[in-house]
Design a protein around this ligand. Structure first.
Ligand SMILES: Cc1cc2nc3c(=O)[nH]c(=O)nc-3n(C[C@H](O)[C@H](O)[C@H](O)COP(=O)(O)O)c2cc1C
Length: 183
């Protein structure tokens, strides 16, 4: 297929190792636009995109997630982190946290935005991995962490994404054509 957008969608995969190289301003600007261009139900735009680029902040975030998973006692999550080398954001130079005012369409809006970001990243030669695990750092009783990471009052974690220059390769996932039901 010769279509640039389709090729970008079809070649995206979750990359779980990153080079430490920082993203440049133009890459960050492009990713901001991709985030803000995402459609939202009734055009409410009630989500915020927290771009974590500072090394110390990213280390704090990584630790807060791991601490949150341990505190939750969720052994399946803890085992998944162990299987992935004890990492949750994989050393990416940029982690984007999407938070939103709770609402019926908040998770859908966030899902659309995070995929927009993933495809935009791929389109400019970067890699990404969508992250649900950071929810462990921003659940009930985590108001201090929410304040530290700039969540506006009343906003809740929805999803996050690590972005950077990949230091590994992975083929896109396989799929089952029967999951599309034609009528
Ligand atoms: C909502 C959602 C949450 C995810 N959370 C994580 C995560 O916390 N950690 C991780 O390494 N991958 C996470 N992933 C990545 C999936 O594991 C990955 O998309 C899936 O295995 C398919 O692989 P692919 O993205 O390479 O096609 C998440 C993906 C989605 C859509």
């Amino acid at each position: 297929m010769g279509n640039l957008v389709l090729n970008t969608i079809l070649s995206r995969s979750s990359i779980r190792a990153y080079q430490s190289e920082k993203l440049c301003e133009s890459e960050l600007e492009f990713l901001k636009k991709a985030a803000l261009a995402s459609p939202t139900a009734m055009n409410r735009q009630e989500q915020r995109f927290i771009f974590v680029t500072d090394d110390d902040k990213r280390a704090r975030l990584e630790q807060a997630i791991i601490d949150g998973v341990i505190a939750s006692g969720n052994e399946a999550f803890a085992e998944r982190i162990r299987m992935r080398g004890g990492q949750v954001t994989y050393g990416a130079p940029l982690v984007i946290i999407i938070c939103a005012k709770p609402g019926k369409f908040a998770p859908v809006d966030a899902g659309i935005a995070v995929e927009n970001i993933a495809i935009a990243a791929k389109a400019i030669g970067l890699d990404s991995v969508i992250l649900g695990m950071p929810a462990a750092a921003f659940g009930p009783g985590c108001d201090e962490a929410k304040r530290e990471f700039g969540f506006p009052e009343g906003y809740e974690f929805q999803i996050a994404i690590s972005v950077g220059c990949g230091a590994a390769e992975k083929a896109p996932h396989e799929w089952d054509e029967s999951h599309v039901i034609m009528m």
